[in-house]
Design a protein around this ligand. Sequence first.
Ligand SMILES: *[C@@H]1O[C@H](CO)[C@@H](O)[C@H](O)[C@H]1NC(C)=O
Ligand SMILES: *[C@@H]1O[C@H](CO)[C@@H](O)[C@H](O)[C@H]1NC(C)=O
Ligand SMILES: *[C@@H]1O[C@H](CO)[C@@H](O)[C@H](O)[C@H]1NC(C)=O
Ligand SMILES: *[C@@H]1O[C@H](CO)[C@@H](O)[C@H](O)[C@H]1NC(C)=O
Length: 492
Amino acid sequence: MAVPSVWCLLALQLVVMAAGPCGASERVISRIAFGSCANQSAPQPIWNAIIDFDPQLFIWLGDNIYGDNKRPFRLLGKERTIGPWKNVERFFPATEQEMRQRYEMAKNNLGYSKLRQRAQVIGTWDDHDYGLNDAGKEFSGKDTSQRLLLDFLDEAQESPRRKQAGVYASYLFGPKGKQVKVILLDTRYHRDPVFSDGTILGEAQWSWLEAEIKGPESEVTIIASSIQVISNLSATTGPIFYIESWGRFPKERQRLYKLINDSKRHGVFFVSGDIHFGEISRYDCGCQYSLYDITSSGLTQAVEKAVPPPLAFVVRVIAWLTPSTMRVFAPICRYRSCTYGRPNFGAIEIDWDAVPQRIKAEVMDEDGDPVIGVDFLLSELHPRSMNMTYREKGGYQQHCSLEIDLPWILRYRLAILFFGTISVLIAASALLAYIIVSISKTFIQKNILCFMLTGQSCLLNTLLYLHHNLTSASITFFSMASDNLFLFCTLY
Ligand SMILES: *[C@@H]1O[C@H](CO)[C@@H](O)[C@H](O)[C@H]1NC(C)=O
Ligand SMILES: *[C@@H]1O[C@H](CO)[C@@H](O)[C@H](O)[C@H]1NC(C)=O
Ligand SMILES: *[C@@H]1O[C@H](CO)[C@@H](O)[C@H](O)[C@H]1NC(C)=O
Ligand SMILES: *[C@@H]1O[C@H](CO)[C@@H](O)[C@H](O)[C@H]1NC(C)=O
């Protein structure tokens, strides 16, 4: 166990060393799996694929359970949960008892239990296991949730992680020369409201993170954030919908990039979850080497599963239509969008024995087959080693411009299509309504006219007439309706 246990306390007593990463273990770590968004009540067949991948370490990236409660999706009625006229929140917190039961259910899952016997499991949280959808520092149940998460992760009772405000932690694995540091961020406990451009981590966690990043080197440093760091999807999905990400807090994200750049720490990359699909993004202008963000989401919750199976292709088309400046379009992607909207997990393999050493980071499907992936040299994650001349020649596209700098027609492509489609639908319904109203008016008029002119009801004629006009769908009908009608009536 890398949790600060007896070993760590001993080490702390022997070497007077403040707040250093605890649990350094000598075992070489080369296979790491991670995942997010697991509904404890749903079947979780993906654990089999994760076990087959045979990771030494598994990292939970949040929404490890769905701890909060959800009201049904209702536009109308007494409890309206959607639209500008909604009168109750869609999500509300569960009781401690309910959350505890859900954690138990998750922990007793057969697949997950099997994984726990084979691999070390560490993790952080996102909103639903924090206790409430999209919640931040204002959420009152956070200390209870912290205790429940740390119980779920078997954190030792005396662990400092149980005494601090928030669940952030760091771990160091492997012998010198093959060290992997994992930094788990807490993006909830101290987070300001979403539109504030305030803080995500809060000052205490920032000081801790600065010490971790500026501290002793490691060959690889994985920063685990529940929400995406590099990709700012909201810039291209708004104003239809917004997704939480570091991009929504531009100042805070800049501070993170600057910290990594100033520290000159090499080997850093991000892993993230939250969004219910897999994506790999890369930013080439945050520090002096490319920063990757490997997003895997979710273990059970995935966008394509949220729609009836025949509509899955619509989700793929939308993913493909949503522009992105950070997404890595790798040759191995299963779909053109280079996103993956079915259940998935993240897999990192470090080949310490290769010369030069390599890292493979992939998003895997439920069968354990890669659906998105990148493969790079460990030396590429070194300041000033960005081999741009070579890359430019080789057609390597630099990811430096932000999503918000896209030309508006491209940036809002999805919104234009969405609102365009809605407008067309509204216009079509209005036209249809107009046609129906006109026809019924004509119908009434005709009957009256017929009656007045011929002294008898000509219902049958009218029906024949309507049938003819409807099937031929003649627009001119409307302008000429009364003339025709008269003619028609008099003919019969
Ligand atoms: C979790 O799965 C159960 C059983 O399939 C379902 O009833 C529930 O709505 C799901 N919860 C979420 C948050 O999707
Ligand atoms: C991310 O997108 C949001 C929504 O459009 C925008 O407000 C924010 O400034 C963007 N962040 C960055 C860093 O571009
Ligand atoms: C990174 O730091 C170097 C100095 O070490 C500086 O020249 C460069 O502008 C910085 N890059 C960014 C993106 O801040
Ligand atoms: C850049 O990469 C190419 C191909 O891997 C290599 O031949 C070259 O030496 C590299 N240049 C530097 C400055 O690392």
